[in-house]
Ligand binder design. Structure first.
Ligand SMILES: [Zn+2]
Length: 545
């Protein structure tokens, strides 16, 4: 199979291409040199005047697994009006805030995305997560494994045995076919099992002598480096949504100063004390901390006005959110490993808290100076649906649209806002960085996020329009591994995806200790726990070191 995309304006930041007219040649699913192509036999796409970018790379989204399923069940009304009826060989399903598996693959693909990361799965339910990923076509994938409240790791921290944590983490990543270390409210989710939380980095974790959120973060950052994982520790810090979050976020960043780390959905963690119990947006302080340390990356978790379904391992957060939001919710516990909760929510322009969150997210995007270190997410479906990305892109690229939307938000959220003074408008190059090149680099995915020789032929081609939302909502062509999968925003083909995982080496002596631990602590047998390579279709290891 040979393909040439000729004469397009190529935005490929990894290779320094900022809209220059160039051809992209593809053979057997990879980008190749022009010389490797027999032009007589190649299929040619005339891209004259069109914008050519690598396929989108999603660094943080909740799409599959136990809590996402619970979210689907909790919100039957979410499905109404979002049905997608079977068309030809394509599966039916529903969209809404928590789309079904096939539909998630279709929707990402129709928007020009070709790689996604499932942002959180508890190790115990990883097999289910992988089974759902297999049902999500047209995307390459990976899974982050939640470890910030894991009993075995906290025991290792308590005993002052970081090597034990390291070997266990390596074993756990292999056993779950995971891609990265995820932390969610370290220590706080464990304390929630006792009806409590943590509020400071040095608060004690109940039942684990000497263990604190800070020690968990430091240990897992050290483990990440020791194992040479392609991604960095992916951190959802303590105090999400609280008026102390900006302070503890900056303190967490300082704890890991100079060490590589990713801080996810930062918008939710950038608040201070405001008048009348409405959090004050602290985008400036948090963005300054990001700007000061080139070793860190962040994603924003922008909220979008409208329906959302919040779902996170952060059980205590969800309890307090439920107290404010009212209505249905659910709480979850994963033995020895994690917790969680789900709360449906509607973000309103006229709600001062929601409106403050909206403008704080945009302020972070505009105040973090280096686009290579700030990525586009809505923490789907927490801040909004991933299908809202084109709208967020328009807000970043179009200052007039931003001002118009800002004028319609609650007056208390406008007061003290930095947004009106921020003149910056993202360019197409910047958008290619925050949605493709940057996330791929932070994830250590060498064949993703660029169009250089050797890259996977994941390519999105857009017709430029003044309305950037319309432009990014319906790409003219989307190719996955060189196969045309969507045209004019409509799915035309379904191809299987890969699942990237890591399997760093470890001292096998740890297995005896883990086996004994399973007999003491788990309802599941050690032998039944691991996800085997054969259980994951398209499994592809990514090198560590
Ligand atoms: Zn998340």
């Amino acid at each position: 199979m040979m393909l040439g995309i000729v004469g397009g304006r190529v935005y490929d930041p990894c290779n320094g291409r900022d809209g220059e007219v160039a051809d992209v040649w593809v053979k057997d699913g990879r980008v190749v040199e022009a010389a490797a192509i027999d032009r007589e036999r190649a299929e040619i796409v005339d891209a004259a005047g069109l914008v050519v970018m690598p396929g989108g790379v999603e660094i943080h989204s909740h799409l599959v697994g136990a809590k996402v399923n619970s979210g689907r069940k909790l919100r039957p009304e979410d499905h109404r009006g979002n049905e997608r009826v079977r068309a030809g060989a394509f599966r039916s399903g529903v969209g809404g805030t928590v789309p079904t598996t096939y539909v998630s693959g279709y929707l990402y693909s129709e928007m020009g995305y070709t790689t996604i990361m499932e942002a959180a799965t508890a190790p115990l339910v990883a097999r289910h997560t992988h089974e759902e990923l297999e049902d999500m076509p047209n995307l390459d994938k990976g899974v982050f494994i939640t470890m910030g409240n894991n009993h075995f790791i906290m025991q290792a921290v308590s005993e002052g045995r970081p090597e034990m944590a390291r070997d266990y983490v390596a074993w756990l990543l292999k056993a779950t076919k995971g891609y990265a270390i995820k932390l969610v409210n370290p220590g706080g989710v464990e304390n929630w099992k006792w009806g409590k939380n943590v509020s400071e980095l040095d608060d004690p974790v109940i039942g684990y002598e000497g263990v604190t959120p800070r020690k968990i973060v430091e240990t897992l950052a050290w483990v990440n480096e020791e194992l040479g994982l392609p991604h960095v520790p992916h951190i959802h810090g303590i105090n999400l949504g609280r008026s102390t979050s900006a302070r503890t976020t900056v303190e967490t960043m300082k704890t890991l100063a100079g060490r590589r780390a990713h801080y996810c959905h930062l918008q939710f963690l950038s608040y201070g004390e405001g008048p009348r119990h409405v959090n004050k947006g602290e985008a400036a302080a948090v963005a300054a901390a990001v700007n000061a340390d080139p070793a860190m990356t962040v994603d924003v978790g922008q909220i979008v006005f409208g329906q959302a379904t919040t779902m996170t391992s952060d059980g205590p957060l969800q309890y307090s959110l439920h107290q404010t939001a009212g209505g249905r919710w659910m709480n979850d516990d994963v033995e020895s490993e994690s917790g969680g909760g789900i709360v449906p929510i509607t973000y309103k322009r006229t709600n001062p808290v929601n409106a403050t969150m909206w403008r704080t997210g945009l302020e972070i995007f505009l105040l973090v100076e280096d686009p290579w270190r700030v990525f586009l997410t809505t923490d789907h479906p927490n801040g909004g649906r991933f299908t809202s990305y084109p709208q967020v892109i328009r807000l970043l690229m179009d200052r007039a649209y931003r001002e118009e939307t800002f004028a319609g938000i609650h007056a208390r959220a406008r007061k003290g806002a930095l947004l009106p003074e921020l003149e910056r408008e993202y360019s197409l190059y910047d958008i290619a960085v925050i949605t493709r090149a940057g996330p791929a680099r932070a994830l250590g995915l060498e064949r993703k996020g660029h169009l250089g020789v050797g890259a996977d032929a994941d390519i999105a081609i857009y017709a430029e329009q003044d309305d950037k939302e319309a432009m990014f909502a319906k790409p003219r062509y989307v190719f996955k591994d060189g196969v045309l999968v969507a045209r004019d925003g409509v799915l035309v083909a379904e191809v299987p995806g890969r699942t990237f995982y890591v399997a760093p080496p470890y001292d096998p002596a740890i297995e005896d200790e883990i086996r004994a631990y399973f007999e003491r602590a788990y309802t599941v047998a050690y032998e039944n726990y691991a996800v085997l390579a054969g259980d994951v279709a398209g499994a592809e290891p990514v090198a560590c070191g």
